[in-house]
Write a protein that binds this ligand. Structure first.
Ligand code: SF4
Length: 512
């Protein structure tokens, strides 16, 4: 066996050719190690399409590295010597190759990074330069602040990147944020583009067979896998979005529609999160589209804010606050996740649609996640760890650094308001305004307390009554509590009772 100078472990969400730990690689002396391991694929029951995406993209990446001349050691899931865990494989290959150096880029998951550090090996860690803001920079920005706010962080990132910034340092268009223009419902007759789809090649077909064999007990369909698994395919998906989605993305990014899982969304989050696309290039393409006059400022700014604002911000919060962050539970919730989250079998059409899309495509867009499935979990008081695990398992783009703050903080407000200044709770009226779901629902969105009333309505008020002591001092909740206080006692009691009845049904394991 050739002598190894450097052993470089590349994880399944680090498939970028310019990964920090791959810099300066010597094709003769160094070895790149990629491992498919059972522990990472099953510590929550990941959607079979997500496992397929990661294993197939890893195999394609390994092949591309070999074609570029690198020495690659690839361990497949069913390799008889596979120890089943990343630390196990790292230790095994360290001992087999006896490299002079071990190199690794920071992980996206605190649990995994800790388990590697626990080995006590002399790993040289590299900051993940694919992000605009390093862990160190974020922690310096957060230092001394009582409360962090994404909006201020985002402005820093705009200044740092120069994106949509005038020569004098002011934001293009005279404002930092045009979110108010990005909340339109989908008008009748506006049709989203046909979604871009990618055919499985022989590598992906082999992975699909492997995943079918080992993970058929995980929830979610494998038949509809159509996701890009190479850099070139991810670029094609991105180009398709630039041509057909971006111009309308701004206006309708919060809209929801029956049987339209993607609308004008790019669906690139999973490709970006595993390294098939480059954040800086995406932002620069969007800015160029704005300057060319092909898209409006609200579309460009809204997209860039998601990438350099929210995405970087939640990562910063995650690494700043882990591991304690994961145990946040402001409301003391303990209700188990209702079984219908795994099947979509509910008469609530909005939930049926959002969960159904998630099971079929391993995807739902941010408003379906935040204001439908997340909102319901918040209103009924699901234990944060259970809903967090569901999001981590079911979504193609969910990795701990991005999923945990979004779910535990943004959706469940379980971090006590560290990430969001108020809980994103809403009645059925919000869902009615932003979708056509209520039209075909078994429940009436205009009703609150009758047997056929929309469950979101009474559960919304039940949530507010239940947590009055914790929430009524919040300035941003003052108006809803004034509305509650003005409500006649009999109405309040009827809402409370309807909420109690629905929660009792959940506790009895009944779907509604
Ligand atoms: Fe959802 Fe209520 Fe509308 Fe039915 S009526 S789709 S449960 S918001």
């Amino acid at each position: 066996m050739k002598k190894t100078r450097r052993l470089c472990l590349v994880l399944g969400d680090q498939l970028s050719f310019d990964l920090a730990s791959l810099k300066g690689l010597d094709s003769e002396l160094d070895v790149v190690l990629l491992v498919e391991v059972m522990e990472e694929a099953s510590h929550v029951p990941h959607h079979p399409q997500k496992i397929t995406l990661i294993f197939s993209a890893m195999r394609h990446f390994a092949e591309a590295l070999r074609q570029r001349g690198s020495r690659v050691q690839y361990i497949a899931l069913d390799d008889p010597h596979n120890t089943g865990s990343v630390p196990g494989e790292l230790q095994r290959w360290q001992s087999l190759l006896q490299p002079e150096e071990l190199h690794l880029t920071e992980c996206g998951d605190w649990r995994l990074e800790q388990s590697i550090k626990d080995l006590g090996l002399p790993v040289q860690w590299h900051a993940d330069s694919r992000f605009l803001c390093s862990r160190v920079e974020f922690s310096a920005w957060a230092k001394g602040k009582k409360q962090l706010r994404m909006e201020f962080f985002y402005r820093e990132m705009r200044r740092k990147s120069g994106l949509l910034i005038n020569g004098d340092g002011t934001p293009v268009g005279g404002a930092w944020n045009f979110d108010a223009e990005n909340r339109k419902a989908l008008p009748k007759g506006v049709k989203p583009p046909y979604p871009a789809r990618f055919c499985a090649d022989s590598i992906t077909r082999e992975v699909i067979a492997l995943v079918s064999k080992h993970f058929s007990h995980h929830y979610g369909s494998l038949d509809t896998f159509d996701y890009p698994v190479t850099h070139a395919e991810a670029q094609a998906l991105w180009d398709y979005f630039l041509d057909y989605g971006l111009a309308a993305f701004g206006d309708y990014q919060d809209a929801m529609a029956s049987d339209e899982p993607f609308l004008f969304h790019a669906r690139i989050s999973a490709a970006l999160n595993i390294g098939l696309l480059d954040l800086r290039q995406l932002c620069s393409d969007v800015e160029a589209a704005y300057w060319s006059g092909s898209i409006a400022l609200n579309a460009a700014e809204g997209f860039i804010r998601q990438l350099i604002g929210w995405r970087e911000y939640v990562r910063g919060v995650y690494w700043l606050k882990m591991p304690d962050y994961a145990s946040g539970n402001l409301f003391g919730n303990s209700r188990p996740l209702p079984e219908f989250y795994w099947t979509g079998d509910t008469q609530m059409n909005c939930m049926h649609q959002a969960i159904g899309h998630s099971l079929v495509h391993a995807y739902a867009h941010h408003i379906q996640r935040l204001m439908v499935t997340g909102n319901f979990a918040l209103l009924v008081g699901v234990a944060p760890s259970q809903i967090c695990d569901w999001y981590l398992a079911i979504y193609m783009d969910a990795f701990d650094w991005v999923e945990l703050p979004n779910t535990l903080g943004m959706v469940m407000h379980a971090d006590g308001g560290y990430l969001g200044s108020k809980p994103y709770c809403a009645s059925g009226q919000y869902i009615k305004r932003m979708s056509d779901y209520c039209r075909d629902c078994a429940y009436k969105v205009s009703e609150s307390t009758s047997e056929d009333a929309c469950p979101f309505n009474s559960l919304y008020w039940h949530f507010l009554m239940r947590h009055r002591d914790l929430l009524r001092g919040n300035q941003r909740m003052a108006m809803v509590y004034r509305n509650l206080d003005r409500m006649p006692d009999a109405k309040q009691q009827a809402l409370w009772q309807r909420g109690q009845d629905l929660l009792a049904k959940l506790d009895a394991g009944e779907a509604f």
